[in-house]
Design a protein around this ligand. Sequence first.
Ligand code: SF4
Length: 278
Amino acid sequence: MTDMPVERFEVSLNTPAGLLTMPVEVPTGFVPVTTIVPLMRRLSQQAQALEERKSVAAGHPISCRMGCAACCRMLVPVSAPEAFALKDMILALPDARRARMMTKLSETRARVEQAGLLARLTDVAETTQPLIDEEMEPLNREYYALRMPCPFLENETCSIYEDRPAACRELLVTTPAELCQDMVKNQVQALPVPVRISTVMGALWSELVGGPARLIPLPIALDWAERHSAERSLVWKGTQLLDKALDKVWRYLSQELAHRAEAGSRMQRGTEGTSSGN
Ligand code: SF4
């Protein structure tokens, strides 16, 4: 994570697809919130891998392939720690590449503004109220209707693959790839997400600085990080960040396990009802 001394832990979490164990290292000193981002992404990746294994065993392999970027036209939500990490990553790029990326970001912003969505995206990024999925749905649909490629998409491949947001890593489908060409019209089956890391990091940020667990639309994430650069320089003890982040992960997983158990028993009751009706 950094050059500071680190403490090592073994993280063990009960996910809907099995037990996840992972060694982690955290700096013992004071670090910015971006320090936790790679660790959270790794955790999400491993939880998702367990889910993928379960799906394959049930006869539903993942159909996502390199070069297929149909879903890179959707509105991607990122947490505040991810927005800061994205800005750091872009600032560290060689000049030419950074300039190319900044041009693509301003073209995207201009197109979003032309479509009348920029003010609404900014409101979402800056809201002081909790975000509600149902309220986001119309905006998500209008954005997707533009079929605008993500500013980080180059030749149908993610140009920031190693640093892509958690939400991009978590969207995997088991239905044929062609169906993703229109994710509104077609019935696309997505792999269940055991733990949404952008939500977890949003909740972590909310606890650290107060305010709502905000999610920032990717096309304006850099603008948001720029406006909030004073918060980027805040620091916390690495172990404290890890504790708080794992607490949010644990809460999310507990809710997800309860939600799936409830869905399972509803299905079971439905099956029994159908059998006794026959
Ligand atoms: S960041 Fe990468 S993976 Fe995510 S939507 Fe953009 S191009 Fe696709």
